[in-house]
Design a protein around this ligand. Structure first.
Ligand code: ZN
Length: 188
């Protein structure tokens, strides 16, 4: 069988979006089968690190009573509160110091679904010489959608590894894929 990770080449980066306890079954805002993607992500991470391709892992990292929570009129139940167990990366996710952590959701005045939203990530990609990002993680219909659309607006090639993502809602996930493809993203 062809090893999909052989697609990785110079000028690429690997993005792992929000693979945290709270977004996996048993967490506070679980994505169905959210933990089933971790083995595939780890294979991509291992291949990327072997080829010295930069790997980025984002985390949702909210202050208590964050503005995105229902208690404040937001969309979500409380989740990924700073320094709680639920906000930690899933323990099965391969992490080491070569993987750059991008923290989002810390702003007190708004939510940050996209990894590009006020994080400076675009500047880091430029510094690392990344022109194409392989995208994995959670959730396909929320933070991945927002990140891929922002990446396209910034002129970054965005390649979604479908077996390495899951949506909160299956139908919204299908629509998100259509929208991202329309914006020029590719799907593996
Ligand atoms: Zn959040």
């Amino acid at each position: 069988m062809f090893d999909q990770t052989q697609h990785l080449q110079k000028g690429d980066g690997l993005l792992i979006v929000d693979v945290q306890w709270d977004f996996c079954p048993g967490g506070l805002l679980p994505v169905p089968d959210g933990d089933r993607i971790i083995t595939v992500i780890n294979q991509w991470t291992e291949a990327a690190l072997q080829k010295a391709i930069p790997v980025y892992a984002s985390r949702d990292w909210h202050p208590v009573h964050h503005i995105s929570f229902k208690e404040r009129g937001g969309e979500w139940p409380p989740h990924c509160i700073q320094d709680t167990d639920g906000a930690q990366f899933h323990p099965d996710l391969y992490m080491d110091r070569r993987i750059m952590v991008i923290t989002k959701g810390v702003r007190l005045d708004k939510d940050q679904n996209s990894v590009f939203d006020d994080t400076g990530f675009n500047v880091q990609l430029e510094f690392d010489g990344v022109r194409r990002l392989w995208v994995t993680g959670l959730a396909l219909d929320v933070c991945i959608l927002a990140s891929v659309m922002d990446g396209r607006r910034l002129g970054v090639e965005m390649a979604i590894i479908q077996e390495a993502t899951r949506p909160i809602d299956a139908e919204k996930g299908r629509r998100a894929l259509e929208e991202m493809i329309k914006a020029g993203a590719t799907v593996l």
